[in-house]
Design a protein around this ligand. Structure first.
Ligand code: SF4
Length: 411
């Protein structure tokens, strides 16, 4: 039996300062925790290696895995030393001897130098995700980013010079007070650098963040929903003209440079997240570690092995604080919801091959209603979001949630 592909995510939750819009599991001013955190994260990886081997031999899963993609996310993983990154790459190769095909590192343009790029490229990192966010210094200031537009350009140039041929750039639109010409300018500045991949996110004002507080206090205007939709449509138009493929709701790539790691999430296949608060889908379970880096390191330091039962892991006998069994209804629903994010949508034949159930009868009512509303397109191959459906994705996704989305019993 061929080993199943596994995507591995490594979470580094430390940042130099907290951006005003950010509610990710990331922390500023906690550098003192980094050595313990890294040591325990290495341990977690090795514990999972043993767990996977024993669980597959003892449970009904009998699954072998091959790590195909590796993703260093955060936080700001570009604060790591290249040697520390190399250590994780090396352990991953011990976990799965086949070389990971895609190794991505998220990099903050305010933290990187040429030497860093050259060394990370040498140790096998072959994809960079650069958090540029905007090419307008006023917007960067409003977001609380630690870098300027010039520093993003320079970081991109240095990454290219160091041999990176696969670079993503993250950009955020629909900022309070942002105008259409300002957004168009950011897009054009990004395109001048010719990144292989672009991730464009509409700003979400997250409760409790300084930016949401400023807007709530009336000191900044609320982002306008209609303008946000127009900004998205403008990006679609400009990027299509430049030859980018809009392969996922928020992601564009030149042919062949789609993010393989994120495709695993969207195709609802196995992934393992290592580090504080990192999420996983493995052996029919979804689970996540505790989110506090300190608690994470403390819990792991007392563990000698992971219990061979997910229910025991969820009952406090591990570093996990969330474990949920995924029954077949939930897996079908997740597969549809995540798959609809992709331009290709859900293919009838693949769905039937995976679940031994046909998509159309399983979700006939939902699909007919959504087609009637103009949010979904159907043809002989499968279903996918319409142009309008892409703008109203959440309206579509909620229709496919199972009546009881709490998952099934743990085992
Ligand atoms: S660098 Fe990224 S993770 Fe860190 S605070 Fe800013 S947005 Fe959040």
């Amino acid at each position: 039996m061929n080993p199943a592909a596994l995507s591995l995510y490594i979470h580094f939750p430390f940042c130099l300062s907290k951006c005003y819009y950010c509610n990710f599991n990331s922390y500023a001013g906690m550098e003192r925790l980094i050595p313990d955190y890294l040591r325990e994260m290495e341990k977690e990886l090795l514990l999972w290696k043993l767990f996977v081997r024993e669980y597959s031999s003892q449970s009904s899963f009998h699954e072998e895995f091959q790590v195909e993609t590796l993703y260093f996310g955060g936080g700001t993983p570009s604060l790591l030393q290249p040697e520390q990154i190399a250590r994780f790459v090396e352990i991953c190769r011990e976990v799965s001897p086949a070389v990971a095909l895609e190794i991505t590192l998220e990099a903050n343009p305010g933290t990187v130098q040429e030497k860093f790029f050259a060394r990370t490229r040498c140790i096998g990192v072959n994809r960079l995700s650069l958090g540029a966010q905007s090419f307008n210094d006023g917007c960067l200031k409003l977001l609380g980013r630690i870098h300027s537009a010039d520093e993003s350009r320079e970081a991109f140039r240095l990454a290219r010079k160091s041999g990176f041929e696969n670079i993503n750039m993250d950009l955020i639109y629909a900022l309070p007070g942002q105008t259409m010409p300002c957004w168009q300018n950011t897009l054009e500045e990004a395109l001048r650098l010719h990144p292989e991949h672009l991730s464009l996110y509409s700003l979400t004002l997250e409760e409790g963040t300084p930016l949401a507080g400023t807007v709530k206090a009336g000191l900044l205007p609320l982002p306008d929903g209609d303008l946000a939709a127009d900004m998205y449509l403008l990006a679609e138009e400009i990027l299509a003209r430049e030859g980018y493929i809009h392969y996922e709701i928020s992601n564009w790539a030149v042919h062949g440079k789609e993010c393989r790691h994120n495709l695993a999430y969207w195709k609802n296949t196995s992934y393992l997240g290592v580090g504080a608060g990192a999420h996983s889908l493995l052996f029919g379970h979804r689970f996540a570690g505790v989110s506090s880096p300190q608690e994470y390191a403390e819990k792991l330091s007392t563990l000698e092995h992971l219990p061979l039962s997910f229910s025991e892991m969820g009952e406090g006998r591990s570093h996990l604080d969330f474990v949920e069994g995924v029954n077949v209804e939930r897996e079908m629903s997740d597969t549809v919801i995540m798959g609809l994010r992709l331009q290709e949508g859900i293919d009838f034949a693949s769905f039937a091959g995976r679940f031994q159930r046909e998509l159309l009868p399983a979700y006939r009512q939902e699909i007919e209603e959504l087609v009637g509303l103009g949010l979904l397109d159907v043809d002989e191959k499968g279903i996918r979001l319409s142009v309008r459906g892409k703008l109203l994705g959440n309206e579509v996704f909620m229709r496919f949630l199972p009546p009881d989305s709490a998952g099934s019993a743990l085992s």
